[in-house]
Design a binder for this molecule. Structure first.
Ligand code: FAD
Length: 359
């Protein structure tokens, strides 16, 4: 069954059905912010890119987990919605006409005579350099597997693991399960638009940032949020997959029922590095050791950037991945064109394709 792939040409994106082979300079695994900016940095030095991602859309965690949340620490943007940052990164990469192959994990990487071949279920990509921008890996949400009839409520959308359209929860009674940053950030955000928010956590203390906990407690006092701790999800009720009630239980078996039509589970992501552990790159605890001066892994021609790249002092933030992409581009050039001396070039002087005076 051919998959839909997104091919961007001269700044325009098109969807085509294909089952095909691609030949490129740089194959980028992961279309999160680091992978998207890698397209720009490689393109700026004259290299073609193919970007592969297991998710059906670009943007990595920003698109999958928090597209409508504002980010405050991307330089030059006092605040920007995660989804808008993804759109901007896509637009910034577009002059270099990347090919996006989405919706299928990269399953294998083979190397012969200095050429890497990446394989997904329906695509084969040959590249001179591979840049892994795999972030937290092929993440899958942790689920409340103790709930018998979970699948039916998932299918109807009553149970979700990420909020991609927060307006869908406007005016609703929402149960938010979890005690970390993601759960509490959303509890605070939704308290302003939902009819009521119930936060369920199996401990009395929360792992989230102090300021977020304080804001949530303020909203509890204001009657916008109800806290249920130490409680966990026990059973779901409803008809035809439409949720009407969530039963909670504490560790002693005492139960309480909460009327709600939406359940959002924020239990984090199950670590899933996919096939990368078989590629002899030294993957450990979901991260790859790299030389921070080149972003090279221990395999020549295979680089790693973004959250998945690890070195002493690493700060796993979006802005770190951007800077690492610039370093990796220099390494790409050293690998593909060792005869070419690397010189820092300013974008203000060089421009990008499509700008006046640039081919
Ligand atoms: C709720 C929340 C709020 C956050 N807020 C901030 C913030 O305010 N500021 C900040 O700097 N950071 C923030 N972060 C962290 C930020 O999202 C990450 O640092 C960033 O997403 C890392 O980008 P990345 O490109 O390295 O990886 P990711 O965004 O994780 O993208 C990696 C991509 O690689 C793909 N992939 C992995 N393995 C494979 C494979 N084998 N085949 C195909 N595809 C694969 C995945 O599907 C994924 O799309 C936040 C994170 C969360 C969860």
């Amino acid at each position: 069954m051919p998959t839909l792939s997104r091919i961007a040409r001269k700044g325009q994106a098109a969807y085509v059905a294909c089952m095909s082979n691609y030949v490129t300079d740089v194959a980028i695994i992961g279309a999160g912010p680091s992978g998207l900016f890698m397209v720009f940095e490689a393109g700026f030095l004259g290299y073609k890119t193919v970007v592969l991602d297991a998710l059906p859309q670009i943007g990595g965690q920003l698109a999958a987990l928090y597209p409508e949340k504002p980010i405050y620490d991307v330089p030059g943007h006092p605040h920007i919605l995660a989804g808008d940052l993804v759109k901007n990164l896509e637009a910034q990469a577009a002059p270099y006409s990347p090919t996006y192959l989405l919706g299928e994990p990269v399953e294998s990487m083979d190397e012969a005579e200095g050429v890497f071949t990446l394989q997904t279920a329906s695509h084969s990509v040959q590249a001179k350099v591979v840049v892994i921008a795999g972030g937290g890996g092929m993440f899958t949400p942790r689920k409340p597997t103790q709930l018998d009839n979970l699948a039916a409520f998932e299918a109807s959308g009553s149970v979700r693991y990420a909020i991609t359209k927060k307006h869908e929860l406007s005016g609703k009674d929402v149960v938010l399960a979890g005690g970390g940053d993601s759960a509490l950030d959303w509890a605070v955000e939704l308290a302003h638009i939902a009819r009521h928010v119930h936060v369920v956590h199996r401990r009395n203390d929360f792992r989230a940032a102090e300021a977020t906990v304080a804001e949530m407690m303020r909203l509890v006092e204001a009657g916008k949020i109800s806290l249920h701790t130490p409680f966990q999800l026990d059973a779901l009720s409803g008809e035809n997959g439409q949720l009407t009630e969530v039963r909670l239980a504490d560790l002693d078996g005492a139960t309480r029922n909460v009327a709600a039509t939406e359940l959002v589970c924020c239990f984090g992501l199950a670590p899933n590095s996919g096939p990368l552990s078989n590629w002899d790159l030294g993957l450990e605890k979901g991260v790859l050791p790299v030389d921070r001066s080149t972003m090279a892994t221990r395999r020549a021609g295979v680089l790693c950037i973004g959250d998945m790249a690890h070195y002493e002092g690493k700060v796993a933030l979006i802005l770190t991945g951007f800077a690492e992409a610039a370093v990796a581009a220099k390494t790409v050039q050293a690998h593909i064109n060792p005869e070419r001396k690397y010189r820092v070039q300013y974008s203000t002087s060089k421009g990008v394709p499509g700008t006046p005076g640039v081919a």
